[in-house]
Design a protein around this ligand. Structure first.
Ligand code: C2E
Ligand code: MG
Ligand code: MG
Ligand code: MG
Length: 277
């Protein structure tokens, strides 16, 4: 009888659901064995809006495949969060970013590296210890690493979030609020969090110089960020027109394909040196 019930439950799933589930399980297994051996970090410059000089780099995960393609983070981060794999992967990212910052500083470019931290990782790992261990291992200066959090991290458990942020601050780690404007932040609460940087989501930057709605949103976010004493970064800057608009409206820093696509560290250092002359 039990077997028949089980059968009917299985029959209840249609083929697409079961095959999607199987696909996700297969992918999770592949990720598990790929951490430490297959993942790479790429780096994208974050530049001063006024003169385009680099202020920091953002570390972005890449998962190269045998055929030369990449599986983008958008296709595996969520799965890693759902399965808890993000804890091991996130730990790998922190250490790899610290190692890269050491190489960058040794090459004469002591720029901070910003690390994306997902909400699951923020609340379920000893983030502060992981950052301090990695910084010590590679002998990093104070301020060498930064953390990018999203609104969902901060708003889910505000008291715990605030405490972790304060402990990161004690280590000299600056904190950015990523993808700002896409979540549902409680503004009055946001104001009490120890944030340093606000990153305006690229959806608002896309056509800022031609779309009055996005222009109003960007103006409002710039004014909100500055009134809170934060550095404001615009994400997804692709055209000189967007860059000019943002600089003219007081945006502090810009990041996007116009300023540089994400690339392996050696390539980023080569580009920095090419501009230097
Ligand atoms: P994010 O943190 O907002 O990163 C910026 C994303 O925008 C990156 O996508 C970057 O390649 C892309 N981008 C930069 N400039 C431009 C531009 O001018 N135009 C357009 N269309 N896109 C631009 P990517 O690398 O695919 O990463 C997507 C998201 O995956 C990231 O968004 C971040 O939320 C997540 N992610 C990436 N690496 C990590 C990681 O190490 N850990 C965690 N937890 N999440 C990560
Ligand atoms: Mg980010
Ligand atoms: Mg972002
Ligand atoms: Mg974004």
């Amino acid at each position: 009888h039990a077997a028949r019930d089980e059968g009917s439950v299985i029959a209840w799933f249609d083929n697409t659901v079961t095959s999607r589930l199987a696909e996700r399980l297969r992918l999770a297994g592949r990720i598990h064995s790929a951490i430490d051996s297959e993942f790479q970090l790429y780096f994208q410059p974050i530049c001063h809006a006024s003169d385009g000089t680099p202020a920091a780099l953002e570390a972005l995960l890449r998962w190269p495949q045998a055929d030369g393609s990449f599986i983008p983070p958008g296709e595996f981060i969520q799965l890693c969060e759902d399965t808890g794999l993000i804890l091991a992967l996130g730990r790998w990212v922190i250490r790899a970013a610290a190692q890269a910052q050491r190489q960058l500083a040794d090459a004469g470019w002591p720029l901070p590296i910003a690390v994306n931290v997902s909400a699951v990782q923020f609340f379920n790992s000893d983030l502060v210890a992981e950052f301090s261990r990695a910084s010590q291992e590679f002998g990093l200066a104070r301020g060498a690493l930064q953390v990018e959090l999203t609104e969902s991290s901060l708003m889910r458990k505000p008291a715990q979030a605030k405490q972790t942020m304060q402990r990161l601050h004690e280590q000299g780690i600056c904190i950015s609020l990523d993808d700002f404007g896409t979540g549902y932040s409680n503004m009055s609460y946001l104001q009490h969090l120890p944030l340093d940087i606000l990153k305006i989501d690229r959806s608002f930057v896309a056509d800022v110089e031609t779309n009055p709605r996005n222009a109003s949103i960007c103006r409002a976010l710039l004014s909100l960020g500055h009134s809170m004493g934060l550095t404001v970064i615009a994400e997804g800057v692709e055209t000189p027109g967007q860059h000019q608009w943002l600089a003219a409206h007081g945006c502090d820093q810009v990041q996007g394909f116009l300023l540089g696509r994400p690339a392996p560290l050696a390539q980023v250092i080569a580009r920095l040196e090419a501009v230097e002359v």
